[in-house]
Design a protein. Structure first.
Length: 56
């Protein structure tokens, strides 16, 4: 999964829905640990501004 940092406003919504805690949020940015990510798609669905997309 890939986050478009130009769009993301660090709302934190995606962090709460990740079943494997692969999304890390700090004050300034959100990071996805693709080693942990199981590609469930939850974060893509909940992001209100569609800042997360599947990495090709
Ligand atoms: S696709 Fe699923 S497992 Fe991967 S970061 Fe998003 S919510 Fe977490
Ligand atoms: S839900 Fe979308 S806008 Fe909110 S922190 Fe996650 S990636 Fe950023």
């Amino acid at each position: 999964m890939k986050i478009n940092r130009n769009l993301c406003d660090v709302c934190g919504t995606c962090v709460a829905v990740c079943p494997v805690d692969a999304i890390i949020v700090d004050e300034f940015k959100v990071t996805i640990d693709n080693e942990k990510c199981i590609n469930c798609g939850n974060c893509v669905i909940v992001c209100p501004i569609k800042a997360i997309s599947e990495e090709k």
